[in-house]
Design a protein around this ligand. Structure first.
Ligand code: AHM
Ligand code: MG
Length: 334
């Protein structure tokens, strides 16, 4: 008999990671995993069901169709707000924060920022997509959290994770005590511990950036891309270029093989494209917990005070030595 550990067993065994929580954070992680399983099911059958299609359009039965990113958002919203543990959710799909609006809100301790389905345009071409989540714990007990309490620095996160819906579905998360990865076994419907104590290699040979935008990038970013392409056997250059257009796929590959993912600022995206609160912060927390580095090219992502819930920033995330080299060339170009 092969021994394995399910996510639920793992969470129960590691309660000591969050002494302040009385089972509520464990419950929250289990709720996220449950919603993830439902999304995984829908993503897997996306090509053959009516759910694939433009939001607002109608299927042949006259029922309105939903795109999977809207479906995923509704699934996470109802699971998380239904639990009573979450007082507010910031989502890529909602312009404003969504509050728990009933008598349980006073006891709901958690603030969640999430991208329910990142890279969702990849669904249409059967490539990997992902869910990203960031969890903060409320510091105050009074009524609903203010915007200022929602706009916390990423270093205050108590947990963060991503779920990748790829050739298999995996959930990777941290509570600030290392990173662990769980693969969904569809035959038993459980996430099972498959990647304990994940560490990203210090160095890598893969860089991921939308090189079609090269002309628009600042000098230092161009210098780093050129650095990646120079012949130097001592540093295993030129590096390989891989870009799926789905951040979770790039970050997950970097976690396993080493690499750097970049979405820099450019002429047409002055602030960059990737959102601080629900895309960069959780991935930065995970990458740092795995010994990697997450930067804007100039500063540590987890130290940034968000100025708005949908704020965008330039990002460089991945193997420590690769990110540091990129930062060095950006500094030199100034
Ligand atoms: P989204 O949140 O609208 O899906 O955008 C985020 C995605 C990332 O997953 C991916 O790395 C990037 O956008 C791709 O953008 P581009 O097509 O500009 O390279
Ligand atoms: Mg996104």
């Amino acid at each position: 008999m092969i021994a394995f550990k399910t996510l639920y067993q793992f969470i129960a065994e590691n309660q000591a990671d969050f002494p302040y929580a009385k089972g509520d954070l464990s419950r929250l992680l289990r709720d996220l995993a449950l919603a993830g399983k439902i999304i995984s099911r829908e993503v897997n059958k996306a090509g053959i069901t009516d759910i694939l299609g433009e939001a607002g359009s109608e299927n042949v039965q006259g029922e309105s169709q939903k795109k999977l990113d809207i479906y995923a958002n509704e699934q996470f919203m109802s699971t998380l707000l239904g639990s009573g543990d979450v007082c507010v959710i910031v989502s890529e799909e909602n312009e404003e924060p969504v509050f728990l609006n009933d008598e349980r809100s006073r006891d709901a301790k958690y603030i969640i920022a999430m991208d329910p389905l990142d890279g969702s345009s990849n669904i249409d071409v059967n490539s990997a997509v992902g869910t990203i989540f960031s969890i903060f714990r409320r510091q105050k007990d009074d009524a609903a959290p203010t915007l200022d309490e929602i706009l916390q620095e990423g270093r205050n996160q108590v947990a963060a994770g991503y779920i990748i819906y790829g050739s298999s579905t995996m959930l990777v998360y941290t509570t600030g005590n290392g990173v662990n990865g769980f693969t969904l076994d569809p035959t038993i419907g459980e996430f099972c511990l498959s990647h304990p104590n994940m560490k990203i290699p210090e160095d890598g040979t893969i860089y991921s950036v939308n090189e079609g935008n090269y002309i628009y990038f600042p000098r230092g970013v161009k210098d780093y891309i050129k650095y990646c392409q120079v012949y130097d056997p001592n540093t295993k250059r030129p590096y390989n270029s891989r870009y799926a257009g789905s951040m979770i796929a790039e970050i997950h590959r970097s976690m396993l093989k080493g690499g750097i993912y970049m979405y820099p600022a450019s002429w047409d995206h002055k602030e960059g494209k990737i959102r601080l609160m629900y895309e960069c912060n959780p991935l930065a927390f995970i990458i740092e917990q795995a010994n990697g580095k997450a930067s804007t090219g100039k500063e540590r992502i987890l130290d940034m005070k968000p100025t708005g819930i949908h704020q965008r920033i330039p990002v460089m995330i991945g193997s420590k030595n690769m990110v540091e080299k990129a930062e060095e060339l950006i500094r030199l170009a100034e």
